[in-house]
Design a protein around this ligand. Structure first.
Ligand SMILES: Nc1ncnc2c1ncn2[C@@H]1O[C@H](COP(=O)(O)OP(=O)(O)OP(=O)(O)O)[C@@H](O)[C@H]1O
Length: 283
């Protein structure tokens, strides 16, 4: 196991009589994109919250590298390199794009900051450098001075992605990053996700756009009713009989077909994840 892999074992989360996540094992290795799919209510958001620390499991453990982070709060996980994006972008609406990114860059974990990029010794100057690098690599220079609250959805989502990158993640958890994006924006996002993973970051991609997930990931987990029903290479999971039966109403699960789950299967996201993002936006 690499220093930066994320690993979950035997995770269980119950809400009263309902088991939302039932003995789930998951590996999110560095340098790879790992996908998580499943129909409405499958347990994706709950599992995501167990990985970020927003929720505590009733059973099971979460490890970041060799460190057991099961009891660690979300902000402490973030300082150790486990960074997430939110379904509702968690930006300061009255700050410019560049200032939003600067806040994220300056909040980077201290232990890492003194190392790779010399943040500890050169402080704000290097945070500015990180912001410039991320603005450039995502092609966001033109909107650097735009107030975040005035941006359209597509640009907002890219800035949210940029904010997460400014925190220099080892593990990046992406919650519905393509929600509200058009085809061109989704394509741009998928190229970026792939590039970040190729740079050695461990990425977990949770999205209702099954086509996007199958196109981008190295491995995928499919959840139904709180359990992982299939896992492996995208082509293996796509052909799994249980996965096929769950998605049958959506048409063939080919990497060419547009298989975003329709209204009968998908929802805009769980209330828990949404409220978490909203409260984060109001920091
Ligand atoms: N805070 C909560 N209290 C009670 N039940 C909950 C809570 N959060 C989630 N659930 C239930 O747990 C199950 C899994 O929900 P979850 O939101 O994790 O699924 P999901 O796969 O993310 O769905 P979606 O695709 O709609 O976001 C559902 O039956 C849901 O109603």
């Amino acid at each position: 196991m690499s220093r930066d892999d994320l690993r979950a074992r035997g995770l269980v989360r119950r809400y009263g009589g309902l088991t939302a996540v039932e003995h789930v094992d998951m590996d999110v290795p560095s340098g790879q994109v790992t996908g998580l799919i499943g129909p409405n209510g499958a347990g994706k958001s709950t599992l995501f919250s167990l990985l970020t620390g927003v929720e505590q499991p009733d059973e099971g453990r979460v490890h970041l590298g060799r460190r057991d982070i099961t009891k660690m709060r979300p902000d402490a996980r973030s300082r150790r390199g486990l960074v997430q994006t939110f379904q509702v972008p968690s930006l300061f609406p009255s700050l410019t794009v560049a200032d939003n990114l600067l806040v994220a860059a300056e909040n980077r974990r201290r232990d890492y900051a003194g190392g790779l990029l010399g943040m500890g010794s050169r402080g704000r100057g290097n945070a500015l450098g990180v912001v410039e690098e991320v603005l450039g690599s995502l092609g966001l220079e033109d909107i650097r001075g735009t107030v975040a609250g005035t941006l359209p959805t597509g640009a907002l989502r890219l800035v949210e992605f940029a904010r997460a990158l400014c925190a220099r993640p080892d593990v990046l958890l992406l919650d519905e990053p393509a929600s509200g994006l058009d085809a061109a924006e989704t394509e741009k996002l998928s190229v970026l996700v792939r590039r970040i993973a190729d740079d050695g970051v461990a990425i977990l991609l949770v999205d209702h756009d099954v086509d996007l997930v199958f196109r981008v990931v190295d491995r995928v987990y499919a959840m139904v009713g709180g359990r992982v029903v299939a896992e492996g290479a995208p082509e293996t999971v796509r052909d799994d009989p249980t996965v096929r039966s769950v998605y049958l109403a959506q048409g063939p699960l080919t990497s060419q077909a547009t298989t975003s789950l329709g209204p009968g299967v998908a929802a805009a996201g769980s209330p828990a994840a949404g409220s978490q993002a909203m409260s984060s936006a109001g920091r």
